[in-house]
Structure formats: C-alpha cells, structure tokens
Design a protein around this ligand. Structure first.
Ligand SMILES: [Zn+2]
Length: 58
C-alpha cells in the first residue's frame, strides 16, 4: 500500500487518483475519514473527500 505525498490518500498505484501527485510507500499510520465535514482530523489535514489517509508521508 502507498500514500499520496500531497493529499495523503492511500492507494496501490504510483500516482494518486485524486490529485495526480506521486505516491510513496514511506508512510506511517492512517486514518479513515467517513465524514470530512464533521472530522477535526480531516479539517486539520485539509481533507475534503471520504477515504483512507496516511498520517505521515515521506
Ligand atoms: Zn493525492
């Protein structure tokens, strides 16, 4: 599993399907965002779409 370097979205592809940024397999931890409008984590990370996001991506 990889994570986007820009938006942190988890994916198994080399390029993020959401923002077209390169992905990395150097990530730590993840959160599942179900309702971005009500999630403080999502707001802090600037997430607008439900999904699975890595907390740290190198
Ligand atoms: Zn992305």
């Amino acid at each position: 599993m990889k994570a986007c370097k820009k938006c942190h979205l988890m994916t198994d592809k080399n390029v993020c399907a959401f923002c077209n940024s390169p992905t990395s397999d150097q990530w730590q931890g993840y959160v599942v965002i179900i309702d971005p409008q009500r999630s403080r984590i999502a707001q802090a990370m600037g997430i607008q779409m439900p999904g699975k996001y890595a907390l740290k991506v190198r």
